[in-house]
Design a protein around this ligand. Sequence first.
Ligand SMILES: *[C@@H]1O[C@H](CO)[C@@H](O)[C@H](O)[C@H]1NC(C)=O
Ligand SMILES: *[C@@H]1O[C@H](CO)[C@@H](O)[C@H](O)[C@H]1NC(C)=O
Length: 261
Amino acid sequence: MIPSAALLAVGAFLGAIPAASAECTREGLLAAASSYVAAITAGKTDGLKLSTTDFTYQENNKKADITKGVLTKALKIDLNRSTADTVACASYTMIISSTGSKPYVLATQIRHADNDTSTISMIDIIAATTGSLFFNAPKTLGYIQKEDWTTLDVTNRPSRALLKQVGDAYLDMWTDAKAADTIPWGTNCERVEGSSLTKPCGASLPHGGSAKNNGNRRYVIDETVGSVDVLCSFDSLGNLPDSHEIRVEGGKVKYVHTITV
Ligand SMILES: *[C@@H]1O[C@H](CO)[C@@H](O)[C@H](O)[C@H]1NC(C)=O
Ligand SMILES: *[C@@H]1O[C@H](CO)[C@@H](O)[C@H](O)[C@H]1NC(C)=O
């Protein structure tokens, strides 16, 4: 028998848990992403509200010390753009720093536990710099600056399921000979891999050939701008830290960005 006083105490405790943090908001996600952009600019992590109990920092697919990585460099930011995934409670930010002493192109996913955007549970960065695949930050900046990433009209927005499917099919092209044909390529689609531009982007695609699946996929999906970003280990070509972001407009692929270390 549990004494009724104890049950009452449990009831009172449960009633005291706030319900307010149940919803993950775009505003909260973008505020955290802004704090990250500020931290990258300052080269200091003190402005980041990192969880004290459950925080992971990852750089190029390896757990690392946040006080020793790219967040200490104080980068001059030439371009940043963020997307927000309220279902996964995560954001994606692309940063190009082309005019500092050491150029960088960063793909960052920030995650929040329990839908609570007031604390950060993970910062996951793919950091490309001199020596990375087709790396030339000024050239990448030139292409990306010309792109149109405005919010899509509701009628032109892809579903979350389609975005996930396109992101997966893209990464499957190296192992699955049929994957490329499942992707709805747009006629004016552009692909920027490092600083290499391919137009239309459905040209010269891989059709299988590798036995190793591109694994460890982490997704940020934002239907409002038609974006899926997948961080992964590009194992089909040899364990390379990688980010692929794809924009889908009106059901067709418009942009593909690859950042590969
Ligand atoms: C987190 O927030 C999203 C968006 O508001 C909602 O769809 C989801 O169910 C929430 N998840 C939890 C675990 O509360
Ligand atoms: C990035 O840069 C733009 C300026 O183009 C700014 O308005 C935006 O809020 C910034 N923040 C993030 C988190 O991307």
